[in-house]
Design a protein around this ligand. Structure first.
Ligand code: ADP
Ligand code: MG
Length: 635
């Protein structure tokens, strides 16, 4: 490429421009983290090159000693970070540094969009967000008013230069032909950021944030040059020599994370297969935890050489919140990413990791229950996927699971539920819905409430699925309280007088025969059956699923996903103790073809649907019946 080629101007993607705007103007107090971001990127670039060079050793050429060099110049007020890693092509410079590519920045942009919706919150949130997420490469603009990136991709003939002041656009032009492989990020420091050209300040920052890097970091100031870190990858060092802060910084580096690790697990396994693992569970869930494309964040190394961060077999999807590193000597260095998917060694290591993580979670649950709840609230939904995806871990996971319940305000375990079960109760009762408060008030569990029988309130989408494969806990089957066939009378000591209703009336059941026949006739195939309810105590009616039918909420979800046929007819249960039902029954007995009873049958069904969060069968017809009935009541 001719040196005379003019610089070409490109606009930043809108989201980037917005991020930069905040970064440039931010008064964020921990500006020094920009250096951690640049070193982290340089280290990633060297890891990538080392891996590529396994397959093509020519890439390393005569420059095989991968390292990071930081140079300061107090006079010129510049700081540069150089690596001899993989480098970037012209297109990569444009894509990686002009659009939202980095994970950290993507999170930041997503949170900005979230904050944008709420103008009042926005003002305050920007600066906080930087602290929470970091902004990767763009953090450079916190301290620099001009950034020049010069890069040659390994093996490429051309080198390119990217320049920007962080205001809306950047320029790309050809770089000198003798530009070495890798990348240099040169920062022209802002007036108020001169401190970052001071070599002792820089040394301090590097040892604080980046000491764990497995690469040598050199500091070049004036005519002095020296290595300023240990260059031993953190996971290879003995546990006792590692401080909590070092673990924390390593977590942020390896996980592209900006919170703190909730749990740190560092251990060495010797045996048939030897490996070291350093795993972290984050404090907070990432914004894309439920994105189907989301993968776990555990990187695989072989003999300290980075192989891939896309080794699916290493960590099951239901532990996708894990971050960290696994390093094994028992895989060949030249293993391809494809070979890894089928590798029994990887599968073995994966099994070991699962066991270890679940074991530690159980310990936490036993010893620090409150802290464990914080974890459960962040990642419980994901862990529950394992109950149906991994039969081997089912029992362990059920022990770890926590639930909302009618018997307690906070969270409860299944073991505690079983402890509280009534004599004669053989099942664990559950109800699924959108939020605990409305489930607690649901007419479907009125009888359970009246008899003080505990029901677990399941509100996560995944709760529709795991009970189908995990049918029991401790020999007690999970049973949906919305099933039509539950007989609560067998549960000793719960058939209380209040439950039978002294304030209600004495109407013996059995008198509903005529009414039930009329309602059935009127509603036809809109319902599967009409029955007298054993579950209702206060409400007039409700809908339940028949034995063997899909649970109602699951039916709705599958339907919404286009995976189940339209409305499945359900059973309408009516409450013989309710004033309205009694009056209707009386009317039905007197007049077997009463128009009123027919109309009211539809109103009953629509009522039951509304309680379920569904629209009436026919909105206009519902409104008309309602109005007619109200008018008659006043007539
Ligand atoms: P992240 O590191 O989370 O991906 P960054 O904003 O820090 O996000 O970096 C964006 C992208 O720019 C990186 O993913 C990488 O592709 C590229 N990049 C940044 N610095 C370098 C470097 N020194 N060498 C090669 N590529 C780099
Ligand atoms: Mg980065």
């Amino acid at each position: 490429m001719a040196d005379s080629a003019a610089a070409e101007r490109h606009d930043f993607q809108a989201e980037v421009a917005r991020v930069l705007d905040i970064v440039v103007n931010s008064l964020y107090s921990k500006r020094e983290i920009f250096l951690r971001e640049l070193i982290s990127n340089a280290s990633d670039a060297c890891d990538k090159l080392r891996y590529e060079a396994q397959l093509d050793s020519a890439l390393l050429k005569d420059d095989a000693d991968l390292k990071i060099t930081i140079a300061t110049d107090e006079k010129a007020k510049t700081l540069s970070v150089t690596d001899n890693g993989i480098g970037m092509s012209r297109q990569e410079l444009i894509d990686n540094l002009g659009t939202i590519a980095g994970s950290g920045t993507a999170k930041f942009a997503a949170s900005l969009a979230e904050a944008e919706k709420d103008k009042a919150k926005k003002e305050k949130s920007d600066v906080n967000l930087i602290g929470q997420f970091g902004v990767g490469f763009y953090a450079a603009f916190m301290v620099a008013d001009k950034v020049v990136v010069t890069s040659r991709h390994a093996g490429a003939d051309e080198a390119w230069q990217w320049t920007s002041d962080g205001h809306g656009s950047f320029e790309i032009e050809a770089a000198p032909a003798d530009t070495p492989r890798g990348t240099t990020i040169e920062l022209h420091l802002k007036k108020d950021a001169k401190e970052f050209a001071d070599s002792s300040r820089v040394r301090h920052i590097v040892t604080t944030y980046s000491d764990h890097i497995g690469l040598a970091v050199w500091l070049h100031a004036g005519d002095k040059s020296e290595q300023i870190n240990e260059a031993a990858a953190l996971w290879t060092r003995p546990k006792k020599d590692i401080t909590e802060d070092q673990y924390k910084e390593f977590y942020r580096h390896v996980g592209h994370a900006f919170d703190e690790p909730w749990l740190t697990l560092h251990n060495r396994v010797e045996g048939v297969i030897a490996y070291t693992s350093l795993l972290f569970i984050p404090e907070r869930p990432p914004f894309d935890l439920f994105d189907p494309a989301r993968r776990h964040g555990v990187k695989l190394y072989v003999h300290k050489v980075f192989i891939t961060d896309e080794c699916e077999g290493l960590v099951p999807p239901w532990l996708r919140f894990l971050k960290g590193v696994v390093d094994s000597e028992d895989l060949p260095l030249n293993v391809s990413r494809e070979m890894l998917q089928a590798s029994p060694v990887v599968a073995k290591i994966g099994k070991g990791l699962v066991k270890r993580v679940l074991g530690e979670l159980q310990k936490k649950a036993d010893k620090a229950p409150d802290d464990y709840i914080a974890f459960w609230e962040a990642f419980g939904q994901v862990l529950k996927e394992g109950i149906y995806e991994d039969p081997d871990q089912r029992d362990t996971l059920l022990k770890l699971a926590r639930f909302r319940s009618t018997a307690a305000d906070g969270w409860t375990s299944l073991a505690d539920y079983v402890e509280r079960m009534k004599d004669g109760q053989t099942q664990v009762f559950t109800i699924t819905g959108d939020d605990p408060a409305s489930l607690k008030a649901s007419p479907q569990i009125e009888a359970f409430r009246a008899r003080d029988i505990e029901v677990l309130l399941l509100t996560d989408p995944v709760d529709e699925f795991w009970p189908m494969s995990a049918t029991e806990f401790d020999g007690k089957p999970f049973t949906s309280a919305t099933r039509g066939d539950i007989d609560l009378d067998v549960i000793a000591g719960t058939k209380t007088d209040e439950a039978d209703g002294d304030k209600k009336d004495e109407t013996p059941s059995g008198d509903l025969g005529a009414l039930i026949a009329m309602v059935k006739l009127a509603l036809g195939d809109k319902v599967k059956d009409v029955r007298e309810s054993k579950r209702l105590t206060d409400s007039a009616c409700c809908l339940v699923a028949d034995e063997g039918d899909l649970d109602m909420r699951l039916q709705k979800m599958l339907q919404a996903a286009g995976q189940a046929p339209g409305d499945a007819a359900r059973i309408l249960e009516i409450n013989a103790k309710h004033r309205l039902i009694r009056a209707m029954a009386e009317k039905a007995r007197q007049d077997g073809s009463s128009r009123d009873v027919e109309e009211m049958a539809f109103l009953l069904l629509d009522q039951a649907r509304i309680i379920e969060g569904e629209p009436p069968l026919d909105g206009a017809a519902f409104a008309k019946r309602m109005a007619d009935t109200m008018a008659r009541a006043l007539a």
